[in-house]
Ligand binder design. Structure first.
Ligand code: A3P
Length: 286
């Protein structure tokens, strides 16, 4: 059916977006020293980074975000589309990936490519993912929120367990090639986040350009940009009538969706998984 998944090195992936060929392509991909990756667990701000990165790298030229759909402008390393657009990517290249660290290709490790890892409060990630499963016709129906919570906590969802993803990307040998930021920091002060990206990528953008980038990457502006809001995708693939891709764009929406029983179940499972982590989460998991 159109909601089929494949098992790939212990994680589930939807066949509509990934194939054996696209995954082989990713495994053999030649990462360049100048490449920049935004890495996220799904629903943590990927599309947001697809908007911000080209502008930081090109000094605020709006042309790409106004003329190229986000999936071709900053493609996913692991998706089918990459092979088709790879030769048209702006230089330096910006890419996104949801891959766990352990699945990054060999050339990534030997390169000097930089990584921005965006982490989001898992309580909001699961809510965002729940709505995404309703609108993404290539994903299995999520069932009730309660049922979906079981799947999420057990890692029976796209790209596996949230906790495995964040732990894997924390304990790397990337040194100063990787920077960490949270969705919540970006939501609180986007110009400050853009300034951090600019510094990390050695761009030295002026205050004026930083403000301009932040303005064009606001939730409101992105929601009306058809190159960024997925409205160019056929409805059989993503149906915005069910739930828009750019849905709420806030931190803390989980409070509107968790029962107290669900909160207890969710936080205790996350706390347990985080016992083996080398860092603590910046959000309360009580
Ligand atoms: P919500 O469903 O909570 O609204 P991803 O791109 O990784 O799939 O993440 C999608 C989530 O990021 C959605 O969260 C979406 O609304 C949010 N998002 C995208 N662009 C944003 C922006 N400019 N500002 C705030 N949130 C944004």
């Amino acid at each position: 059916s159109s909601t089929e998944y494949i098992q790939y090195h212990g994680i589930l992936l939807p066949l509509q977006a990934h194939s054996k060929e696209s995954l082989e392509y990713a495994e053999n991909f030649s990462v360049k020293d100048t490449d920049v990756f935004a890495v996220t667990y799904p629903k943590s701000g990927t599309i947001w980074m697809q908007e911000i990165l080209p502008l930081v790298l090109n000094g605020g030229d709006l042309t790409p975000i106004q003329t190229i759909p986000n999936w071709d402008r900053v493609p996913w390393l692991e998706e089918k589309r990459l092979a088709m657009v790879v030769d048209q990517l702006a230089s330096p290249r910006a890419l996104v990936t949801h891959f766990p660290y352990r699945l990054m290709p060999p050339s990534f490790h030997t390169s000097k490519a930089k990584v921005i890892y965006v982490m989001r409060n898992p309580k909001d990630v699961i809510v965002s993912s729940y709505f995404f499963h309703q609108m993404a016709e290539f994903l299995e129906d999520p069932g009730t929120f309660d049922e979906f919570m079981d799947k999420f906590l057990e890692g029976r969802v796209l790209f596996g367990k949230w906790t495995d993803h964040v732990k894997g990307w924390r304990d790397t040998e990337l040194g100063d090639r990787i920077m960490y930021i949270t969705y919540e920091e970006m939501a609180k002060d986007l110009p400050a986040a853009v300034r951090r990206f600019s510094d990390f990528l050695g761009r030295n953008l002026s205050e004026e350009v930083i403000q301009k980038i932040a303005e064009h990457c606001s939730f409101k502006t992105m929601k009306t940009n058809k190159m960024s809001n997925f409205s160019l995708v056929p409805k059989e693939y993503m149906n915005p009538d069910k739930s828009p891709f750019l849905r709420k764009g806030v931190a803390g929406d989980w409070e509107n969706h968790f029962s107290s029983e669900q909160l207890a179940r969710f936080t205790s499972a996350i706390r347990k998984e985080m016992e083996s982590a080398s860092f603590s989460l910046p959000w309360s998991m009580e």
